[in-house]
Design a protein around this ligand. Sequence first.
Ligand SMILES: Cc1ncc(COP(=O)(O)O)c(C=O)c1O
Length: 508
Amino acid sequence: MPDTQNYIRRILTSSVYDVAIESPLDPMRRLSQRIGTPVFLKREDLQPVYSFKLRGAYNKVAQLSAEERARGVICASAGNHAQGVALATQKLGIRSVIVMPRTTPGIKVAAVRNLGGEVVLFGDAFDDARRHAMELEREQGLVFVHPYDDPDVIAGQGTVAVELLRQHPGPLEAVFVPIGGGGLASGIALYIKFLRPNVKVIGVEPDDAASMKAAIAAGERVVLPHVGLFADGVAVAQAGVETFRICRERLDGIITVSGDEICAAIKDIFDDTRAIAEPAGALALAGLKRYRTLPEAGNGPLIAINSGANLNFDRLQHVAERAQVGERSEALIAVTIPERPGSYRQFIRLLGDRQITEFNYRYAAGADAHIFVGVQLRDGEREREQILALLKERDYPAIDLSDNELAKLHVRHMVGGRAASVGNELVYRFEFPERPGALLRFLEVLRSDWNISMFHYRNHGTDFGRVLAGIQVEEADRPAFAGFLEELGYPWWEETDNPAYRLFLDGS
Ligand SMILES: Cc1ncc(COP(=O)(O)O)c(C=O)c1O
């Protein structure tokens, strides 16, 4: 258990720059303006393997004796640690065995192999892989490289703090650090609290993977029964022994954030730097933003560590969708309106010129229609409450779904199903140029005696709004309807005979 002086010496003499770069500390101009205090981002996403993990891994491997190097090393990891160890051993010409669960995405397996690591795929869960790695360590006499609970790994991660204080010598209120097992937070807290004890060092964890916070609250390392996997880089069920000891003593606090807040922070990073962060990479910034809303926050400069950028591209769709909710810039509401011609229009008019992000509805027998509506908010929480109050005042029963997981993940895409007894339903796709008020204008040109029996609209932030609508038109009225389509002036496609509609939505 090295003491503080020993750790500071290890940090200052660590040799990470054989593989790591001194990453930039970038100002976040837009976010600083928005939250009213200077914010900087330490760009560890720009490291050669797109995360800080190579610092600790290299420092550990570089300290090994000639005899240990000859034996080779082993680790278990499905993520950034694996790539850090593979790069470090490649650089030093040492054999490395990396055990990954069989479920690891092919792209990560390939990245480790490309760096010369010997990949062993074992088990379905990370724990199986870890146990297997410990067996191989014994059988083959390999040296185990822990992802965080090791003084040399902690010291390597501490080099981030050395750069940071050099790059930002002026006033500094707080530094925000993501916590998985706590290696990065330990290294940073040791160095900053030694040199500048008045600078706060605050750890950040996802609220469904807060093992360090739970350990500090309990006074001992607890095992979380469930761990959220969204921020996979920090999905750790139990804090390390050494990292718990250090974090408990040195951190000024731990903030937890939701998945939606992490998504909003990914967007903030993109808006300011045009870089994409992985969820664990944006975690610290989400904590920084949360800190600004607390009474203890001052007005001094703040720094967040962007710890990584290893993200599967196809997760971005989810991130973009959830970022709006995390930023409190979208309200999702279930509203009940009377099932009669014209009631749609009245309802949309009530929302004024607010941008509608989503509007889903499917006819159901009965006097009422249930609508799933998304509304963009310019004024956050307060505006959401205003809208709900307005709906109440006008006797529209409404349920706020903005924090309802089931609604956000599933129901918003599934509103519909077969409706019984919808007669004379014609189905059309429409496109219209997207701008505030465009949806209302589209509805204005529909004749009020044609009932809308189905409606699906999502604003994707693209140039064109896309609507799927079912409209009930009597045989005798079909010529008039053809005239309406002529006059509409927007592109349209009839879909009444489309098999997707026939199979999944048609109830006639
Ligand atoms: C991108 C990223 N951020 C943060 C962490 C957390 O680091 P630590 O386990 O040292 O707390 C990790 C760990 O792998 C990571 O990959």
